[in-house]
Each structure stands twice: as structure tokens, then as C-alpha cells.
Design a binder for this molecule. Structure first.
Ligand code: FES
Length: 101
């Protein structure tokens, strides 16, 4: 059963195995290599991405869990980072600081 979701604002359709890990989908299918393979058991955080705005370890998320979800990786364009919980790039930080004062 196909799974559809968004990665960095772009629609993605996954027709592969439902138990394929998000880390593999990002790195092997989408060539997004910012999330790194490390321990692959959820301990090191090298594969950190954001799923619907919450940090998750991509090595622990299976394809079936992604249907209708929104994945954000470190490769997301800087303008989109301001709308997520990703660490904002410098210009976004400056704008936030200006608004706060
Ligand atoms: S690879 Fe270590 S937490 Fe995912």
C-alpha cells in the first residue's frame, strides 16, 4: 500500500515495504544525506529529523508511520526552517531577536 507524505515541503510517494525505515528512504531514495546513520537503534541522534514539528530518530520511524505526515530535514530551505522547530539559520535568528525587543 503506497504511503504519501511531505519531505521539506515536497510531496513524496513511497511504494516500497511498509517497514522500510525513514532514514533509508531519505538517504537512498531521496538523496537527502543530512540525517546520518549511526547506532541505528535510536540512541545516538545522528539521524535526527522533524516529524510534524517534533524531533524523531529517523532510524526508528517506519514507512507505514509516515502517511499524511510532514518530515523536515536539515536540508530544508532556510525560509522554511522559520516555520518549523529546526534550529533557525542566522537571518531568521536576527529577525526573531528584532521582533522580541
Ligand atoms: S542512527 Fe543513532 S539514533 Fe538513529
Amino acid at each position: 500500500m503506497p504511503v504519501t507524505f511531505h519531505v521539506n515541503g515536497e510531496p513524496v510517494r513511497h511504494d516500497g515495504p511498509a517497514d522500510r525505515r525513514l532514514l533509508a528512504i531519505l538517504r537512498e531514495d531521496l538523496a537527502l544525506t543530512g540525517a546520518k546513520p549511526g547506532c541505528e537503534v535510536g540512541r545516538c541522534g545522528a539521524c535526527l529529523v522533524w516529524l510534524d514539528g517534533e524531533p524523531v530518530n529517523a532510524c526508528l520511524v517506519m514507512a507505514w508511520q509516515l502517511d499524511g505526515r510532514r518530515v523536515t530535514t536539515i536540508e530544508t530551505p532556510p525560509a522554511r526552517r522559520c516555520a518549523t522547530r529546526l534550529p533557525p539559520p542566522a537571518p531568521c535568528s536576527a529577525a526573531t531577536a528584532t521582533q522580541a525587543s
